[in-house]
Write a protein of this length. Structure first.
Length: 108
């Protein structure tokens, strides 16, 4: 399995099971301290997708509910273990990711 890097750390799948808090290894301001404490990526949890710390609730799941028109209160009803702060951290996470530069390159 090829090595992957994230935030300056090398991830070798299951062989490197260190928790990676989003934002802690990035330049200041990349992600707010709210995200650094509430969102994490672990290769063994939800296929390495960002999740709310200490849960298996993917940030994507929360964002999909909000995108479908559900209110924050409805998300909290669907996931009773979440707090309002965690839901807002998901929104902040998405907003900051969209602030990155992206480029399209033709593929064969």
């Amino acid at each position: 399995m090829p090595s992957r890097t994230y935030g300056g750390r090398t991830l070798d799948g299951v062989r490197e099971p260190a928790l990676i808090a989003l934002g802690r290894d990035r330049a200041p301001g990349y992600l707010s301290s709210m995200n650094a404490d509430l969102i994490e990526v672990h290769p063994d949890v939800c296929n390495g997708r960002p999740v709310l710390r200490g849960t298996r609730i993917a940030v994507q799941s929360v964002l999909e509910m909000l995108g479908a028109g559900d209110s924050v209160e409805e998300v909290l009803e669907a996931f009773p273990s979440l707090t309002r702060e965690q839901v807002l951290a998901c929104i902040d996470h998405a907003a900051r990711l969209m602030g990155n530069r992206y480029s399209l390159e033709p593929v064969a």
